[in-house]
Design a protein around this ligand. Structure first.
Ligand code: ZN
Length: 306
């Protein structure tokens, strides 16, 4: 490997007379800074300690009058914060106290009452985040848990979609879990009077629990069987069609006009358990829907009989 030739004279004129730095010399001679250092060692050229020239008057003006921080002054003179601080000590310029007083009440109000995050508090008080954390520790202010911090914030549409996708089928924590009998968390308990009243109102009643729970005497096994046969023993909810045999019990029979005393055959229709519960809401719509279904079914049957 060929060695780059740099003469001692060349270096000395550049460095001592020209007052160029080692980095600049390396650029002029198109070699690495290491090579320049090695040549200096080889030729035993005494290096001058490179110092940043920071005049006292200018530093005083920037620090005391313009109230600039040590970091900002460092940027002006292209040196670090510590250099500026050491110069301040050297020139005996009194350094400002970095500690800023923030009362505990103010922090507590912003964080726990106005529910502002630590990041935002740091922006408001113009302080670094870490300082705010230290103040919290010092004042023994409790920091919100993740669930507390998320309170009142609604998840975005995408997040909700993702969760619903993840919790479908086998992803659902209740997948394959059956809680019958004593395993049921509601075993041996019953609803309060208030809840029963709410149930009654939401199910079309007047608020008296159990007022509509009695069926007429004609609503017996034979009648139910007759209705099931008439509808081919299938759930008549749109796009369901579960056959009666597949249902856990015999397919339940639903009253179209929700009147349990009206046990006319035209008012009865089989619905599986799930859909029987479902039609308790939106009653007007379902009454209309099943009435239309009943009319069309009867007319088809009549044509078939002819
Ligand atoms: Zn069904």
């Amino acid at each position: 490997m060929s060695e780059i030739f740099i003469s001692k004279r060349e270096l000395e004129t550049l460095y001592l007379k020209g007052k160029t730095s080692k980095a600049q010399i390396s650029k002029i001679l198109k070699c690495s800074i290491c090579t320049v250092y090695n040549k200096f060692k080889k030729y035993r050229i005494r290096t001058i300690k490179e110092k940043f020239i920071i005049p006292e008057i200018k530093l005083k003006e920037l620090y005391c009058n313009k109230k600039l921080s040590a970091t900002k002054i460092g940027k002006i003179f292209k040196c670090g914060r510590s250099t500026i601080e050491s110069r301040l000590r050297k020139y005996k310029i009194k350094m400002r106290d970095k500690r800023v007083f923030v009362p505990r009440n103010k922090l507590y109000k912003l964080y726990w009452i106005k529910k502002i995050s630590i990041d935002e508090i740091a922006k408001i008080l113009k302080m670094p985040r870490s300082t705010i954390y230290c103040k919290f520790k010092q004042y023994k202010i409790k920091i919100r848990s993740v669930s507390e911090a998320r309170m009142g914030i609604k998840a975005s549409y995408e997040t909700r979609k993702l969760f619903s996708k993840l919790h479908k089928g086998k992803g659902n924590p209740m997948y394959g879990v059956h809680r019958f009998g004593k395993k049921n968390p509601f075993y041996g308990k019953c609803h309060s009077k208030k809840t029963k009243k709410q149930f009654s109102i939401s199910h079309g009643g007047t608020g008296i629990p159990g007022e509509l729970s009695e069926y007429g005497p004609e609503f017996n096994k034979q009648l139910k069987e007759k209705v099931r046969d008439f509808w081919n023993r299938k759930c008549m909810f749109p796009e369901c069609g579960i056959p009666g045999a597949e249902c856990l019990t015999k397919i339940p029979v639903h009253h179209i006009d929700y009147d349990k005393m009206n046990n006319c055959e035209v008012n009865l229709i089989p619905l599986c358990r799930k859909h029987n519960a479902m039609v308790n809401k939106n009653r007007k719509f379902w009454e209309e829907y099943f009435t239309k279904l009943m009319i069309s079914r009867i007319s088809i049957k009549k044509i078939q009989e002819i």
